[in-house]
Design a protein around this ligand. Structure first.
Ligand code: WQD
Length: 342
């Protein structure tokens, strides 16, 4: 069955997209990956080929291009779509809200219209724990209400989930995966995260500081109501995030219902502080990381980590990498792209 199933991955050259293409190919799926290559690079596509030694199709397509998407669906029989294509910087979304609404919501609408026209029923959507804002109860489960999103980025994810809920009456079967903090890189160091410019996210900033690309890491605040004063997060290895997408496809394959709308928190369930992560990085890499404590970053939630019970039960999935391995893989990838190792 899997050898025949054909999955379209949008944003397939992106961070989580590329790692998911690897896992889909390993699992025996036929894959077509598309990406605008606006914020990713062809070398990631080559990295996927090197890792898997399997054939797959890659085409440069922007999901806002309805004609190109229609042509692609007309030329292929897709059994499911995994939709990653979106902008994901919280800070940038605050500076450029219209660009985020247009791209993140607009591309989903084009994908949905094209899926409907070509009768492709199954969609896995890339959502985010940012939909919760600062949850009232930690660890957070899927019943937690959406609070006012802290950023336009978070608002686009809330809006997209609402659109998907309303689409199920049209015969769409959707699973939304709410990522917590994906980190790390493939153990081969052939693919990983390629942040553009100064990284917003913690781990790329840590590895770039360790590589000497950044002078010093600033820990944004150590006066929160947490054990060591720094924020708590749920850091999950990107390969574990990727395998959950394969499990989500299989979950839909086993459902007979013509309409499905499920959401799963995709985290480890372990809350780790920023300072704990910094110390773990130093421990596993042996690198003396130059960091200081700075002021809080506006918009940061104090603590958020998942209750992963639902995803573990329903998708028969569990995380396989721990924090140390995730940080080591992130560091190995950084060293590779900076030419610090061959
Ligand atoms: C984590 C912690 C910072 C940088 C991310 C994504 C968002 C969503 C959820 C997918 C915070 C601190 C950071 C630095 C620091 N994922 N930090 N110094 O804000 O939890 O959101 O995960 O949708 O898209 O952005 O992640 O890595 O930016 O910050 O101290 O230089 O690290 O204050 O407490 P965040 P992050």
């Amino acid at each position: 069955m899997k050898d025949k199933q054909h999955v379209l991955v949008t944003g397939g050259a992106g961070y989580i997209g590329a790692h998911t293409v690897v896992e889909l190919l390993h699992a025996g799926y036929q894959v077509t990956a598309i990406d605008s290559l606006e914020r990713s690079e062809q070398r990631i596509v080559e990295g996927v080929s090197s890792i898997t030694q399997k054939e797959f199709t890659f085409t440069k397509v922007n999901c806002l291009d309805a004609a190109a998407l229609d042509q692609l669906f007309a030329a292929n029989r897709f059994d499911a779509v995994i939709h990653f294509a979106a902008y994901k910087s919280v800070n940038e979304s605050v500076e450029k809200p219209l660009m985020y609404y247009n791209n993140n919501v607009g591309s989903l609408l084009v994908v949905l219209e094209t899926m409907k026209r070509h009768r492709v029923p199954d969609l896995i959507f890339s959502s985010s724990c940012t939909v919760y804002g600062q949850p009232d109860h930690i660890p957070v489960d899927e019943t937690a209400p959406f609070k006012r999103a802290e950023s336009p980025y978070g608002a686009t994810k809330q809006l997209c989930e609402r659109i998907l809920e309303d689409m199920t009456t049209e015969g769409l079967r959707v699973v939304s995966l709410r990522y917590f903090n994906p980190i790390g890189a493939h153990p081969s160091a052939l693919i990983g995260e390629l942040p553009i410019g100064i990284p917003n996210n913690l781990v790329p900033y840590v590895t770039q500081t360790a590589a000497g690309v950044r002078a010093q890491l600033t820990v944004f605040g150590n006066d929160y109501a947490t054990p060591d004063g720094s924020c708590l997060r749920d850091f999950i290895h990107v390969c574990d995030v990727a395998t959950a997408h394969v499990k989500a496809i299989e979950f839909l394959n086993h459902l007979k219902s013509p309409t499905v709308c499920e959401v799963f928190n995709l985290g480890t369930g372990v809350g780790v502080s920023v300072l704990e992560l910094v110390k773990k990085f130093i421990e596993v890499t042996g690198v003396k990381l130059n960091y200081k404590i700075g002021p809080r970053r506006p918009g940061d939630v104090e603590k958020v980590y998942a209750n992963p019970h639902k995803v573990m039960q329903a998708l028969h999935w569990k995380p396989t990498y721990d924090l140390g391995q995730s940080l080591l893989h992130a560091w190995q990838w950084e060293q590779k792209i900076r030419g610090l190792v061959n």
